[in-house]
Design a protein. Structure first.
Length: 135
């Protein structure tokens, strides 16, 4: 039997992010004082130290900032996925997210490649945001 993949455990700060992804939407915190987006979520704005924020939908569009292709399974649950890509995606709104690039051969992934979000349902509580090339 193949072991299960590890899945995120939402914290109090990240709960709104995971509730949104479960509904097929990407939401990030935005500072109410300076309008900066932030990820990962937190109590203080890293730009102005404000404690006021709101959760807002974002485009889900971005570009590959950097990436790595895994050819070795460092956890047995990922063995059937090899090779797979993990990328740092810079969203149009500014923040960067670590995620997988899917829907393309790993040899075709490039830095600055335009991507868009899609969601992979893991269970009733968690859907993972992943990215695919934009048409």
């Amino acid at each position: 039997m193949t072991p299960s993949k590890p899945i995120p455990t939402p914290s109090e700060d990240s709960k709104p992010f995971w509730e949104a992804t479960r509904n097929g939407e990407l939401r990030l915190q935005r500072c109410l004082d300076c309008s900066s987006y932030r990820f990962p979520p937190g109590v203080l704005c890293p730009e102005c130290s404000s404690t006021s924020s709101e959760w807002v939908p974002v485009s889900g569009r971005g570009r590959v900032h950097s990436f790595v292709v895994f050819h070795r399974a460092y956890h047995p649950a990922f063995a059937n996925d090899l090779p797979y890509a993990v990328a740092c995606v810079e969203l149009e709104e500014g923040p960067r997210l670590l995620s997988n690039i899917v829907g393309v051969e790993t040899a075709r992934i490039r830095c600055d490649m335009a991507v868009e979000v899609l969601f992979e349902k893991i269970n009733e509580e968690i859907s993972l945001p992943k990215f695919r090339p934009r048409a």
